[in-house]
Design a protein around this ligand. Structure first.
Ligand SMILES: Cc1cc2nc3c(=O)[nH]c(=O)nc-3n(C[C@H](O)[C@H](O)[C@H](O)COP(=O)(O)OP(=O)(O)OC[C@H]3O[C@@H](n4cnc5c(N)ncnc54)[C@H](O)[C@@H]3O)c2cc1C
Length: 289
């Protein structure tokens, strides 16, 4: 169970998304085969903003857990769902043997500028977390934003909402990607001062391509430190430099007591396999015998 592992921590986990087309499935299966060999503590599968991939999340988490024997967590968002639909999805996850859910509000569907809750649904992740905890026995994760959520006015407001998520029953939290560990340390300290005691897992995204950077910044609101740009610019192979930067970021976090690392894979295995091997070489996450 993830909470048990977090207590023994730090944990190592990977995130995947359900593919949109047949070629994507081949890539996902290849990635799963390569990454699950590394024995992560758990993996998670995202929930689409709408459309055909949503039902796949249940399928994939069920298969990862049932066939590969790796603890799998399903992401779930409030977007476009009534309470009854959410209840149905949770029942289906439970029946597939899934015991961990990352409860999220979700982003507005493409084309919408603001989030509009379903008339019989949930407006915030806090409401979804409370619903899951009141009606099911799942271990529940939630999201947090070391540099604040793009819609929040201040970081303080966001810190308060993380405390509310804990008060609604969230058992642990996973961060938005960030490239500057100082922002994470500052957030962790301020959260602790507010009474946040749940494990704060760090979400790390290795840069594979320079074109990704503006997209990361626009979607997540994360800052892009000059340190990262300078580092990536020092060698011809961006992927290799991105892996080295992420390894240094992870090493520093582990040396400073992070509860866990959650690597955003983008369904590609090379970078996360290399980061995991690098961290093992540094004496972290040594394989269990
Ligand atoms: C680790 C991680 C995984 C993710 N996985 C997915 C995924 O699988 N699918 C997907 O579509 N998206 C995913 N997202 C993106 C996420 O859905 C968006 O960031 C979304 O905009 C906010 O989700 P949330 O759960 O943090 O929402 P909330 O916590 O509801 O926050 C949304 C906004 O409302 C504010 N707020 C929060 N609670 C309250 C409250 N009670 N009252 C008033 N205001 C409040 C917050 O400050 C914030 O500005 C993920 C994000 C992270 C960090």
């Amino acid at each position: 169970m993830i909470l048990e592992k977090l207590r023994q921590g730090p944990t190592l986990s990977y995130e995947f998304f359900p593919p949109k087309n047949p070629a994507g499935w081949g890539t996902l299966y290849g990635t799963l085969a390569e990454t699950t060999k590394l024995g992560p503590d758990f993996v998670s599968v995202t929930y689409g903003a709408g459309g055909s991939t949503r039902s796949k999340t249940v399928d994939i988490v069920g298969r990862i857990q049932g066939e590969l024997g790796i603890e799998a967590m399903a992401h779930l968002t409030c977007v476009g769902h009534s309470r009854d639909e959410i209840r149905g999805i949770l029942e289906s996850l439970w029946n597939h043997g899934i015991r961990h859910v990352l409860a999220l509000r979700g982003d507005p569907p493409r084309g919408d500028t603001s989030f509009k809750p379903h008339p019989d649904g949930f407006a915030h992740a806090t409401e979804l977390i409370r619903f899951v905890k009141e009606n099911f026995n799942f271990t529940v994760g939630c999201a947090y934003y070391p540099e604040k959520h793009v819609e929040s006015k201040t970081l303080e407001q966001d810190l308060g909402f993380l405390k509310m998520k804990q008060d609604c029953g969230a058992d642990f939290a996973v961060s938005q990607l960030f490239f500057d560990n100082e922002n994470f340390y500052r957030f962790r300290e301020q959260a602790a001062a507010l009474g946040v005691t749940i494990p704060l897992v760090a979400g790390i995204m290795p840069v594979l391509d320079l074109n990704q950077i503006p997209r990361f910044r626009d979607l997540s609101g994360c800052s892009i430190p000059n340190k990262l740009l300078g580092f990536l610019g020092e060698g011809p192979d961006v992927l290799q430099r991105g892996v080295e930067f992420a390894t240094m970021q992870c090493q520093n976090l582990l040396q400073n007591g992070v509860s866990g690392l959650h690597l955003y894979c983008l369904n590609k295995h090379q970078s996360v396999v290399k980061i995991t091997e690098n961290l093992r070489g540094l004496g972290f996450f040594t394989p269990k015998t």
